[in-house]
Design a protein around this ligand. Structure first.
Ligand SMILES: Nc1ncnc2c1ncn2[C@@H]1O[C@H](COP(=O)(O)OP(=O)(O)OP(=O)(O)O)[C@@H](O)[C@H]1O
Length: 206
């Protein structure tokens, strides 16, 4: 589903990733761990083609920046990036059109995160956690082969954390996969979770 080989990234004077290899299989949830500054966000962004790196990445056999590669995954950063001038409902419509995904699936995910009464609201009218739920609901509702989430539990309340865990369980059961980071133990009870530290992935540590 996802393969990354010989990934190296230098940011400023810092060698953040060195010769990282990674494979994620269908039906697997990869929990990337590491302390602050270990390189988790950098690696997620590289996997999505958002940060340049040396090495090769393929999502379902396609580079992440190709049209086919881009269509194969959804990414939510630690603060969801929403469009200021689109309502919640319009975000769902836009995502449905852009990814040729059923609008119904997006609304099902929005409702699961208890966002059904927020459809006419705009990002500036929403709390930080609610904006994050909109981003997560849309990414998960797109049901891409790969879902990439940076610190998705960070701002979520207890109920929403469970909704996210349920979505992750389901996507793995359906043969899709996810790569995510969290500093907490939210994934402890989930099946099919593989825990890997960024340090373990670095070339000299393998
Ligand atoms: N633009 C940049 N220029 C120089 N160094 C950078 C830049 N962006 C990130 N870094 C460095 O890259 C390293 C990895 O950062 P990254 O954000 O990937 O870590 P992280 O594991 O996600 O950390 P956290 O758990 O705190 O979110 C850090 O040491 C950081 O200081």
């Amino acid at each position: 589903m996802l393969t990354a080989q010989n990934i190296s990234v230098t940011l400023g004077a810092a060698r953040v990733l060195h010769d990282v290899d990674l494979k994620v299989k269908a039906g697997e949830i990869l929990h990337l761990t590491g302390g602050n500054g270990a390189g988790k966000t950098t690696l997620l962004r590289v996997l999505c083609g958002l940060t340049a790196s040396a090495g090769q990445i393929q999502v379902q056999g396609h580079p992440p920046r190709s049209v086919a590669g881009r269509a194969a995954f959804a990414f939510v950063p630690d603060e969801a990036e929403l469009y200021d001038d689109l309502s919640v409902a319009e975000h769902a419509q836009f995502a449905s059109l852009a990814y040729a995904a059923p609008l119904e699936d997006l609304h099902t995910a929005l409702n699961a995160f208890d966002l059904g009464h927020r459809l006419d609201q705009f990002p500036a009218e929403l709390s930080r956690g609610t904006r994050q739920k909109v981003g997560l609901a849309i990414a998960l509702g797109l049901k891409r082969p790969l879902t990439v989430l940076d610190e998705p539990f960070g701002t979520l309340d207890t109920d929403s954390r469970q909704v996210l865990r349920d979505h992750l369980s389901r996507l793995a059961a359906e043969g899709r996969c996810a790569v995510l980071t969290t500093h907490g133990g939210e994934l402890a009870q989930l099946p099919k979770v593989r825990v890997v530290s960024v340090a373990q992935l670095q070339g000299s540590s393998r």
